[in-house]
Design a protein around this ligand. Structure first.
Ligand code: FAD
Length: 290
């Protein structure tokens, strides 16, 4: 019998009222699929920080979902970060996705550790682990992080994050499953035993995804480009193709033994809901604990 399926969903904090409505409609639609956790991304600027906090606090207060708050090392002292961790704790959050983050100028700009901050992810993971009580997840890069000089360094950094206390790694999105399996093989050879959960990005808008992928170091196979060819102005067909393409990817991962998936929802529920349905997930009735 295959291992039971487990999914998690990633959201980003909304920037205006319309986005807020879309987010909470999506949360409501996806919640009955009983995700293991739902994560909320984090930006280093003051206002985005507050939006992350407000979103996770509302998830705790109004839903039965387990939120995971993302946190980066960027542009903050250790005391700032420690205070944010305590705020998450007080809000009822018990899971943090710990990251280095990008330079404030954006991906591609040179990352400089804050002089009084946690320099890299493993320092942050260590601090959260020392504080205690949190589950800590980290990132993983099946195609290497764009800043990483070689595979040995890439894998050694993941090992440092595991050794500092991380119990799960969530991958950057990828479209070629073989790359994921080759990566997992490298990870296991290095003695890293934590789950490497594939991060799945359903393609809501091919042009945007291709652009984003370039900045993240994720490759976009020619086959994927061909499947979306000529559909830029045809949203309905695009959605159908996106569901078919993503279902094919996750079903192949599932057939090859993967049982845990993390979906980058982009705050939209329909595609993710359909793909989870195809994977065999059905709505369950969730109740907020009294
Ligand atoms: P790491 O994997 O820890 O390291 C990235 C690179 O930093 C390494 O390749 C290496 O070149 C260098 N490095 C790391 N440690 C050391 C060291 N000890 N010495 C020297 N060099 C080192 N970004 C956000 O801003 N907010 C988010 O909420 C967010 N969520 C994400 C969730 C997931 C699952 C993923 C995959 C990415 C997310 N990102 C987010 C993007 C992420 O912040 C960027 O990819 C960033 O460039 C790297 O952060 P990391 O924690 O993945 O880095």
């Amino acid at each position: 019998m295959s291992t039971p399926l487990s999914v998690s969903f990633e959201f980003f904090p909304p920037r205006n009222d319309d986005m807020e409505r879309t987010l909470w409609e999506s949360v409501e639609r996806l919640a009955p699929l009983a995700p293991r956790f739902v994560s909320v991304t984090y930006g280093a600027g003051g206002t985005t920080r507050e939006r992350t906090h407000a979103t996770v606090a509302r998830l705790v207060a109004e839903t039965a979902l387990q939120p995971a708050a993302h946190l980066t090392c960027v542009a903050a002292t250790r005391a700032d970060i420690d205070a944010i961790v305590e705020e998450y704790w007080s809000a009822g959050v018990r899971h943090i996705v710990a990251l280095r983050g990008d330079a404030l100028a954006g991906p591609g700009a040179t990352y400089e550790p804050h002089p009084g901050g946690y320099a890299y992810t493993h320092d942050l993971v260590e601090a959260i682990t020392r504080r205690g009580g949190f589950e800590v997840s980290v990132s993983a890069y099946p195609e290497r992080h764009p800043d990483s000089p070689d595979w040995d360094t890439e894998i050694a950094l993941l090992k440092a994050k595991r050794d500092a206390g991380a119990t799960r790694a969530i991958t950057q999105f990828f479209f070629e499953n073989d790359l994921y399996f080759q990566y997992v093989e490298r990870v296991r050879k290095a003695g890293i035993d934590i789950p490497i959960v594939p991060g799945i990005l359903p393609v809501q808008n091919f042009a945007q995804v291709a652009n984003f992928a370039k900045r993240c170091g994720s490759s976009v196979p020619e086959k994927l480009a061909r499947r979306f060819e000529g559909l830029d102005g045809d949203q309905q067909t695009r959605a159908l193709v996106a569901a078919a393409v993503c279902a094919e990817q996750v079903e192949d991962l599932r057939a090859r033994g993967v049982s845990e998936f993390h979906f980058y929802t982009m705050n939209r529920a329909n595609l993710v809901y359909a793909i989870c349905h195809l994977l065999g997930l059905r709505p369950q009735h969730l109740q907020k604990a009294a």
